[in-house]
Write a protein that binds this ligand. Structure first.
Ligand code: 13P
Length: 295
């Protein structure tokens, strides 16, 4: 089935009170693990490649093209997304490869620079029919980094409304207390802040730093207006633990197979928690109703 845009894949999430899972992957076993989990759960899914995971020459092309082909073969609606592009040029290269969605991450820039670059990415994406996710405020931490906390700047609701309108972005990542990577302390999410942003912003809201949150955190975030949840660390950790525990007894092929099964189990569990299980058929049918906006 054709690769789906972010706008399309998120269009029923707000009204349906579920979130679509986005999983960062950087090789074919990871991608297959996520797609198999989505097919098992009959769920729409977003396969993502982060710019930090495509630093070798040719890696964006090789992994990106593989993801586009894998999403096309999937039995559920799948978007292919570039996560955390810090340059507009990389976002354009990804769209040339067939990514249906890019995140331009200007969250470390001033509001004005972030707005200008995001709006430029949105204009360029129009030619590809691709969607754009933006970030306002800053979600701290680093993916896969055990020292994951710190450096966050919470999203200001009044800026968020202005930013969303001026950039024309399709989705907005918000900073409400999550961090990328492992949490040093129990996460303390600011749900009233999320609700306030949701009241003011009409495009779907995105939660980064999903690994390490509790089932209740996910429920509160989805009820508060989150339509897309990003996961990387927990998937990567599941694979890493298999390598640590079984490297002495299994050969390389069996290790890879076992780590793939472990990643698939994590993705399947998250999809169930996000409430997107069984939501694929509605999206696969033509003529589904238009996207819901924030109340
Ligand atoms: P985690 O690595 O904390 O799951 O965060 C993933 C993420 O937000 C990718 O953008």
């Amino acid at each position: 089935m054709p690769v789906v845009t972010l706008r399309e894949i998120l269009k029923n999430a707000g009204r349906g009170k579920y979130a679509v899972g986005m999983f960062d992957v950087h090789h074919s076993d990871m991608a297959e693990a996520v797609l198999e989990a989505a097919e098992e759960r009959k769920a729409p899914v977003i396969l993502a490649l982060a710019e930090v995971h495509a630093v070798q020459p040719g890696q964006l092309t090789a992994v990106g093209s593989m993801l586009v082909r894998a999403a096309e073969r999937a039995g559920v609606p799948a978007a292919v997304h570039l996560d955390h592009a810090v340059s507009v040029e990389t976002a354009v290269r990804a769209m040339e490869l067939g990514f249906s969605s890019v995140m331009y991450d200007g969250s470390a820039l001033s509001l004005e620079e972030n707005l200008e670059n995001t709006a430029k990415t949105v204009r360029l994406a129009g030619a590809f029919g691709a969607s754009v996710e933006a970030e306002l405020g800053h979600v701290g931490g680093e993916e896969g980094n055990s020292d994951g906390s710190g450096g966050s700047v919470y999203t200001k609701p009044e800026d968020a409304a202005y930013f969303a309108e001026m950039t024309g972005a399709d989705a907005l990542a918000v900073s409400i207390g999550t961090v990328h990577g492992r949490y040093r302390e129990k996460p303390n999410l600011n749900i009233p802040l999320l609700e306030e942003i949701h009241r003011r912003v009409s495009i779907p809201l995105v939660l980064h730093g999903g690994s390490g949150l509790s089932d209740q955190d996910f429920k509160d975030c989805i009820a508060g207006g989150i339509s897309k949840i990003n996961i990387y660390t927990e998937i990567a950790e599941a694979a890493r633990m298999v390598l640590i525990e079984d490297a002495g007894s299994l050969g390389y092929f069996d290790l890879m197979q076992k780590s793939k099964r472990a990643m698939r189990a994590v993705a399947a569990e998250k999809i169930k928690l996000f409430g997107s299980q069984g939501k694929a058929p509605a999206l696969s049918e033509p003529g589904t109703p238009p996207q819901e906006t924030g109340e």
